[in-house]
Design a protein around this ligand. Structure first.
Ligand code: HEC
Ligand code: HEC
Ligand code: HEC
Ligand code: HEC
Ligand code: HEC
Length: 479
């Protein structure tokens, strides 16, 4: 015989369990619950299928990747979150309608059923969270990769991606310069990333993408995580090779010994070209146009806070531009550290110098220039036309027999020109020869690029001190 108290207890316990069961099973029946359960189940199934396809290499499409590793896990999380929400609403409704006694809906650890339920819940949660974390981590790593930046927005970023792939920074991921470490920048970049994705979908972006990038992370933070201006010193010799149309075989070679400077280990003073970014010195300037190719006032602040301000005679900004002070950093000279495009004549000179373009074929330099300047409507058209066009041009010059005899050499030269074209021209993005220029040096000073934006002997302080243009300040006097 059981005591009345005992019966009471058993009753109460089974009643508790029943209410719980009722609540949980009812959850499936509410619309919210159904959505939650279906979303979770479908997402998990698809993720598992996707994971298998990905791991076995069956599908490597990047849209598929984004779908599996970013979209589905988010859907799964969303679905999971709906389930307790559905429970909660149901419970609230029951209370309101006084259908149950609140005591029936408490977790009772002494109850075996409850303990089982909790353990099951914990196990399932751990499994779910592990899957989600793994999958989201893969997704996160993927969005962080150069491949994602360059290839997913294929058409738009193709010029930057391929230039980056051939540069000294090919192994440096896009995010190291464009985002940098720190969650703050990551969030900012992703916010602007979302704007960019929107722009790409709607086709509402500039062609070519405008440079300079206005909100690039301060270069001193990104570049200096790898390069240390204190360590630059001495000179760097650069060689410049030039041919002319009349002289394709004997180049004029100019060696320039650049005073890259940095900290002088003897005097501990900063000097030379990297003086602008040395400790204790701040150089600021006001750009008069968006491209920063016209510079108005320049201000130098030295240690101790003494400042000097240089002005120039024409400081009227372009329409719509309000001059603002910008602190000079690496990007003001190294604006193309990784998206480096060739200059048309320079790449042809390189071809002749390396004999990838056969210098022995008279007139080939001129024909190469004509060919690369041709405005093809697409990269495909260029791929089809460049070699045949070169054969035609050389035929015009030297006749059919000559071309037949030297066909191999001409095709080889054409192949080099085609590669040069594909590395530099994207008609759809309106990126062509000279679209993006460097600020290092002064070859394009006429167009406002390079050091002579400030070093023009026109920028003066009130006391008449100039930003000088003496050749031997920046490099040994060229011979
Ligand atoms: C070593 C640093 C560095 C890396 C790595 C890098 N960038 Fe850049 N990128 C820059 C700088 C600096 C600019 C700004 C150029 C300017 O202001 O004139 C820039 C500009 C751009 C622009 C604007 C258009 C242009 O050419 O100026 C795009 C688009 C871009 N980068 C995409 C990418 C992508 C995609 C990757 C990875 C494949 C990448 N970047 C990797 C430094 C970097
Ligand atoms: C993650 C590290 C890293 C970051 C960030 C980085 N660089 Fe570099 N940089 C390198 C490496 C590695 C090289 C290649 C050195 C070599 O090939 O000898 C290099 C080479 C260079 C060179 C020499 C190129 C040449 O033609 O020899 C310049 C200039 C340069 N970086 C400037 C920059 C600037 C400007 C930034 C910031 C926008 C930057 N780097 C950011 C790692 C980095
Ligand atoms: C006033 C313009 C200017 C500024 C500002 C500047 N550089 Fe340079 N830098 C140059 C020039 C010019 C060279 C030599 C030309 C070359 O290497 O193509 C050079 C060379 C370099 C090199 C190659 C050195 C070597 O020994 O090959 C690196 C790396 C570099 N700079 C990094 C930086 C970093 C990082 C910053 C920012 C902290 C910076 N530079 C700021 C003009 C500048
Ligand atoms: C935004 C303006 C600006 C630009 C752009 C600029 N400079 Fe300067 N530079 C200055 C100013 C200002 C001084 C200091 C003049 C003085 O105090 O005599 C200076 C000084 C120098 C010095 C002398 C440093 C020393 O040892 O005291 C060198 C070398 C130099 N610049 C090289 C370059 C090179 C190379 C470039 C282009 C790659 C360049 N500068 C671009 C503003 C600029
Ligand atoms: C403010 C610094 C600065 C001054 C002043 C300067 N240069 Fe240069 N020059 C450079 C830099 C930096 C380069 C390297 C460009 C590069 O790395 O592509 C260069 C490259 C050159 C080259 C080789 C590239 C080419 O265009 O053929 C020649 C030649 C040259 N300079 C001549 C001169 C002469 C002549 C003077 C004097 C009137 C002078 N430079 C004054 C900074 C300067």
């Amino acid at each position: 015989m059981t005591s009345p108290k005992h019966t009471n207890d058993t009753n109460r316990r089974s009643q508790d369990t029943d209410v719980w069961k009722e609540l949980l099973s009812c959850t499936w029946k509410t619309p919210l619950g159904i959505i939650g359960v279906s979303l979770t189940t479908i997402s998990v199934t698809l993720i598992i299928i996707g994971l298998i396809c990905h791991l076995t290499g069956l599908i490597s499409d990047h849209y598929f990747f984004i779908f599996t590793f970013l979209f589905l896990p988010l859907m799964m999380l969303f679905g999971l979150a709906l389930i307790p929400l559905a429970c909660y609403f149901r419970r609230k409704k029951w209370f309101k309608d006084s259908l149950i006694n609140i005591n029936h809906l408490q977790i009772n650890l002494a109850d075996k059923q409850h303990r089982k339920g909790i353990v099951l819940f914990l196990i399932l949660s751990v499994i779910n969270l592990t899957i989600i974390t793994l999958v989201l981590y893969e997704g996160y790593r993927f969005t962080d990769s150069s491949y994602f930046c360059g290839v997913v927005c294929h058409e738009v970023m193709d010029p930057e991606y391929s230039a980056h792939q051939r540069s000294p920074h090919a192994k440096v991921p896009c995010v190291s310069c464009h985002i940098g470490t720190g969650s703050n920048w990551y969030v900012q970049a992703n916010l602007s990333g979302i704007r960019q994705v929107k722009a790409i979908i709607s086709g509402d972006f500039n062609r070519p993408i405008t440079a300079p990038v206005e909100h690039l992370r301060p270069a001193r933070e990104t570049c200096e995580s790898c390069h240390w201006p204190d360590k630059f010193h001495g000179k760097k010799i650069k060689e410049f090779v030039r041919f002319t149309n009349d002289n394709q075989t004997n180049p004029q070679i100019q060696e320039v010994a650049l005073h890259i400077g940095g900290r002088n280990p003897v005097t501990d003073e900063f000097e030379g070209i990297h003086w602008h970014v040395s400790r204790n010195i701040t150089v600021e300037y006001q750009a008069l146009n968006k491209k920063r190719t016209r510079i108005g006032k320049v201000r130098v602040t030295k240690s101790g806070g003494t400042t000097e301000e240089y002005s120039t005679s024409n400081e009227t900004p372009d329409e719509g531009v309000t001059p603002e002070w910008r602190t000079m950093d690496c990007i003001d000279c190294h604006n193309r550290p990784t998206h480096i495009y060739d200059q048309l004549e320079q790449i042809i000179n390189f071809g002749l110098f390396s004999k990838k373009i056969t210098p022995g074929i008279t007139g080939i330099r001129e024909d190469s220039i004509t060919l690369l300047k041709t405005e093809f409507t697409s990269r495909n058209e260029a791929t089809e036309r460049i070699i045949p066009n070169l054969l035609e041009l050389i035929t015009k010059r030297h006749g059919k027999d000559f071309v037949d005899e030297n066909k191999k050499e001409i095709v080889r030269s054409g192949t080099f020109l085609l590669e040069a074209y594909l590395n530099n021209v994207w008609p759809k993005m309106k990126v062509s020869w000279g679209t993006y220029r460097q600020h290092l040096g002064h070859l394009y000073a006429d167009e406002g690029y390079g050091c002579f934006r400030c070093h023009d002997e026109e920028h003066k302080t009130k006391s008449g001190k100039l930003i000088k243009q003496d050749c031997d300040m920046c490099h040994d006097e060229p011979e």
